[in-house]
Design a protein around this ligand. Structure first.
Ligand SMILES: Nc1ncnc2c1ncn2[C@@H]1O[C@H](COP(=O)(O)OP(=O)(O)OP(=O)(O)O)[C@@H](O)[C@H]1O
Length: 261
């Protein structure tokens, strides 16, 4: 994969301390969604968040993104407490966020244009990014004309143009078929290997966590707290072929034991 150096932002770290969140329903407090999560993510680290359904993975990511406020605790990205959304954090969801009435090119440039920052350098950067994500030939296509994987790659370019110090990804490949999913995992591994952007990646798939992550933070059954943080001691760069090695199978087993233990 060809990767431009233009858009590589300085990766930022993440610090969470005793983060708590309870959603209120009809003015009544429900069960806590997050019950004291503490975690550090180093600049440039690839961290996977894993846990049973409903343990608060998406809530934690939304708190980091600034979409949802924590009730208490410390949430810091880089050296700034999170008080709301910001383009220092790039967020990617299961459904790629693209405006259907804009072409790939217009979608990628949407953020800088909205901020009044559409300079010739940014346009050159957008060109380089489209080449990076393999969509140079699809710059004039609308989202409905792209395949699922292409839409995801367009969403990547749209986020990366803002030079985020951290990428927050919420089960981004969960809805893709197995072949496209493997292709996107390969794409993400290449991208991270070359840019080393900090990534917090939510998944409920043990294999995906072992393949992608430097560390895996396992959240406990609802309400979510930090159950354990495991280091995935497998060499980089990683590829899909590694999933057949004994070391990979052992890494998966260790993660599963914590998850189910
Ligand atoms: N906006 C909301 N309003 C009320 N309750 C919410 C809201 N968002 C999440 N919750 C509740 O918080 C808890 C954690 O939900 P969350 O989506 O964060 O879990 P998750 O680990 O991402 O789940 P899954 O793996 O199934 O996607 C759940 O009990 C959910 O019902």
């Amino acid at each position: 994969m060809q990767v431009s150096t233009l858009t590589v932002a300085r990766p930022t770290g993440v610090r969470l301390r005793d983060v708590r969140k309870t959603f209120h329903r009809r003015r009544r407090a429900g069960r806590p969604a997050l019950d004291g999560v503490s975690l550090d993510v180093a600049p440039g680290e690839f961290l996977c968040l894993l846990g049973p359904s409903g343990c608060g993975k998406s809530t934690l990511l939304n708190i980091l993104a600034g979409f949802v406020p924590a009730d208490s605790g410390e949430v810091v990205v880089g050296d700034r407490p999170v008080t709301g959304p910001g383009h220092d954090r790039g967020v990617l969801f299961q459904t790629p966020m693209l405006f259907p009435w804009l072409t790939t090119w217009q979608n990628v440039l949407y953020g800088p244009k909205a901020r009044g920052a559409l300079t010739p350098e940014v346009r050159a950067e957008a060109e380089a990014l489209l080449a990076t994500v393999g969509l140079a030939d699809a710059r004039d296509a609308y989202p409905h004309e792209l395949s699922g994987g292409m839409r995801h790659r367009a969403a990547f370019a749209r986020v990366l143009i803002n030079r985020p110090g951290v990428l927050l990804m919420d089960e981004p490949f969960g809805a893709l078929d197995a072949i496209t999913r493997a292709a996107m995992q390969r794409f993400l591994l290449d991208l991270w290997q070359q840019r080393r952007t900090t990534i917090v990646f939510v998944t409920h798939d043990v294999e995906e966590a072992a393949l992608l992550g430097d560390r895996v933070c396992v959240l406990s059954a609802p309400p979510g707290g930090t159950k354990d943080v495991l280091t995935v001691d497998l060499p980089r760069p990683r590829s899909y072929d590694d999933t057949e090695t004994l070391a990979f199978v052992q890494a998966k087993r260790r993660i599963r034991e914590v998850l189910e233990g």
